[in-house]
Design a protein around this ligand. Structure first.
Ligand SMILES: Cc1ncc(COP(=O)(O)O)c(C=O)c1O
Length: 394
């Protein structure tokens, strides 16, 4: 057996794989675990979208290679309409949108399309691990832009060293944020676009959670900034807004020149998503809605936050995403606290340091809890945490 590539040594153990193993062992012992771990919509894809797929798959044109330059045109056209409707952003569906096989794939390959060894990549810390790991694999220099609670979990641009900014090619932001649940105002994007223009960096806005918002909140996007197109790529995904994580479809949008390297790389890696999925995704963007799921998340959020506050743990109420990002209420590390919650309360939370060193001292709790009908599992989780005295312990 030949040895694997040395670069694979740089990949830390996949956080969720480790947690999945422990969870499986406990469940095999018959323990009733409440899993606030992985963020994956527990509700099914809305039925009208499934019906649209049943129709799309009967069209022979969808059965062949999609040989288009940037993706299934029906999908790109629908994405442009959706951007106009949701964000008042205008893009040309022929040149300024690129279909991706889920935003994870697009984000990962973007780094390969742009970075040579020694280039710098600015990533949010804590942040979605894909940016950091792919930049590492490319031998790029990873700069952790620390997201602090006192700054609303926004990076402080003035803190980024000039020598990093000069070497940087990509600057990742993620709002609404995984894992922090934080949101960014348009003024932040104005500053970030100016910063990127000054240093010739591409601002990469990961908007996977753009539609998972509560209490009437609507999120801003980097492309809303006047003249931003040449300096911005946004990634959007159908996974979270339409409970379509398994379908693997999303899109990147921005200036045609900014998208070209990603398009060129992908032309030589994949042959696009199954066109029936792209056709269905177009239908979802034009006609789909998922209010019931959002209302369920909001109910769960309120039940969990209220229950934990009653237990003496002052956790914040996120305005977006399905994550509650909370400070560890004891003197334990994130991992110690998470391990103890799992062992004593049988409640699984993710230790914040899994999202980068800046996540130490926090845990992430996801509202996508399988088997929960109306918040009762979240209520039970808070009750168990209170019952074992997990919050009070020093
Ligand atoms: C911040 C963030 N970006 C991107 C993704 C990837 O989403 P998908 O590949 O399903 O579009 C996720 C998934 O969890 C995420 O949390």
């Amino acid at each position: 057996m030949p040895s694997r590539a040395k670069r694979l040594e740089k990949i830390p153990p996949y956080l969720f794989a480790e947690i999945a193993r422990i969870k499986a062992e406990m469940r095999a012992r018959g323990e009733d675990i409440i899993d606030l771990g992985i963020g994956d919509p527990d509700q099914p894809t809305p039925a009208p979208i499934v019906t649209a797929m049943q129709q799309a798959v009967t069209h022979p044109a969808t059965h062949r290679y999609d040989e288009s330059a940037r993706g299934w045109q029906t999908f790109l056209d629908a994405a442009a309409r959706w951007l106009r409707r949701e964000f008042s952003v205008e893009v040309d569906p022929k040149s300024e949108i690129l279909e991706v096989i889920g935003s994870k794939e697009g984000l990962a390959h973007l780094i390969w399309a742009y970075c040579d060894p020694g280039d710098a990549v600015i990533v949010p810390d804590p942040g979605y691990p894909v940016y950091r790991i792919q930049a590492d694999l490319c031998d790029a220099t990873v700069y952790d832009a620390r997201l602090k609670e006192e700054n609303g979990f926004l990076p402080v641009l003035e803190d980024i060293p000039v020598e990093i900014a000069k070497k940087a090619k990509l600057f990742f932001t993620c709002y609404p944020g995984n894992p922090t649940g934080a949101v960014a105002p348009k003024e932040f994007y104005e500053d970030a676009v100016r910063f990127c223009r000054d240093y010739d960096i591409l601002l990469v806005g990961d908007l996977a959670y753009a539609m998972v918002t509560y209490d009437g909140y609507r999120c801003a996007s980097p492309l809303q900034v006047e003249g931003a197109k040449e300096h911005v790529i946004e990634f959007h995904s159908l996974s979270k807004p339409f409970n379509m994580t398994g379908w693997r479809i999303g899109f990147a949008c921005g200036g045609a020149d900014a998208l070209a390297p990603l398009s060129r790389l992908k032309d030589n890696i994949d042959s696009k998503q199954f066109a029936a999925i792209a056709e269905t995704a177009a239908w979802a963007l034009d006609h789909g809605e998922n209010r019931a799921t959002l209302e369920l998340y909001q109910r769960r959020r309120d039940v969990l936050v209220r229950g934990l506050k009653e237990a003496g743990w002052d956790v914040p109420t996120p305005r977006a995403t399905f994550y509650v990002w909370a400070r560890v209420p004891t003197s334990e590390t994130s991992a110690e606290f998470a391990r103890r919650l799992l062992g004593e309360a049988k409640v699984l939370v993710i230790p914040g340091n899994g999202y980068g060193p800046g996540g130490e001292g926090y845990v992430r709790m996801s509202l996508t809890v399988s088997g929960d009908v109306a918040g009762e599992r979240l209520e039970e989780a808070a009750r168990r945490i209170a019952a074992v005295g997990a919050v009070a312990r020093a």
